[in-house]
Design a protein around this ligand. Structure first.
Ligand code: ZN
Length: 201
C-alpha cells in the first residue's frame, strides 16, 4: 500500500523528523532495558548507529518498485526464458527482527516487455529490506514483476538461512529454507518449470 501512497525517502527532512529523534531514544531505552549502561564509551553512539542501520535495512518501505523500474523496461519480442540466478539478499524476519539471508533466483518468459538485468536485484531489495516472512517476500517479488512486465510466466525461488533458527530456538545451524512462487507458464507447464529448476540447481 505504501508503495503507491505518499513516499517519504531517507534523506527527506520529513523522514528524519518522524524517524530519527524518536528511534534513537527508543533504541537507547532498549539497550538500558537489556541491562546495559548506554553511557559507557562503547555504547554512546550505538543508538544512533543502530537507528541508521535499521533505516537502511528497512528502506524497502520507502522505495517504490515503479521508481526502481523506471527507464529500464524495454519493448522487445522474445519467447525464450531469461534466468537471473544467485541474487543475494538480506532481510529481517518479522517475528524476531533477526536477519534471514540467502539468494533469489528469478526467471521469466517475456511478453512484449523485457527488463534490464540489474533491476531484478533492485526489485528483490525493495521487498527484502523490510520486516518479512520469506514466503511473502517471494510472492511479492513475483507479483511486482508480473504486474510491471506482464510476462508469459514468472518464477521466483528463494533460499535462505534464518538467524532466528540458528542463534536461538531450535538452533539448527545447517538448515536452509526454500520457497517459490510460480506464475503463468511456470505454473501451468511442468516442462517450463522443470527447465527453470534445473537451471538454478
Ligand atoms: Zn524469526
Amino acid at each position: 500500500m505504501r508503495d503507491h501512497a505518499h513516499l517519504v525517502h531517507p534523506g527527506d527532512p520529513e523522514f528524519d523528523e518522524v524517524g530519527e529523534v524518536e528511534l534513537t531514544h527508543l533504541i537507547s531505552d532498549l539497550i538500558t532495558g537489556l541491562g546495559e549502561d548506554v553511557d559507557r564509551e562503547g555504547l554512546v553512539k550505538t543508538p544512533h548507529r543502530v537507528e541508521r542501520s535499521l533505516k537502511f535495512l528497512t528502506s524497502g518501505y520507502t522505495t517504490s518498485v515503479d521508481e526502481v523500474l523506471n527507464g529500464a523496461l524495454f519493448a522487445a519480442e522474445g519467447s525464450e526464458m531469461v534466468v537471473v540466478k544467485g541474487i543475494e539478499f538480506y532481510s529481517l524476519c518479522e517475528h524476531h527482527m533477526l536477519p534471514f539471508f540467502g539468494t533469489a533466483h528469478i526467471a521469466y518468459i517475456p511478453g512484449d516487455t523485457i527488463l534490464g538485468l540489474s533491476k531484478f536485484a533492485r526489485v528483490v531489495d525493495v521487498f527484502a529490506r523490510r520486516m518479512q516472512v520469506q514466503e511473502r517476500m517471494t510472492s511479492q517479488i513475483a507479483d511486482a514483476l508480473e504486474r510491471s512486465l506482464k510476462p508469459r510466466g514468472i518464477a521466483v525461488v528463494t533460499e535462505a538461512s534464518h538467524l532466528c533458527m540458528m542463534m536461538r530456538g531450535v538452533e539448527k545451524q545447517g538448515s536452509s529454507t526454500r520457497t517459490s512462487a510460480m506464475r503463468g507458464a511456470f505454473k501451468d507447464d511442468a516442462r517450463t518449470r522443470q527447465e527453470f529448476l534445473e537451471a538454478i540447481r
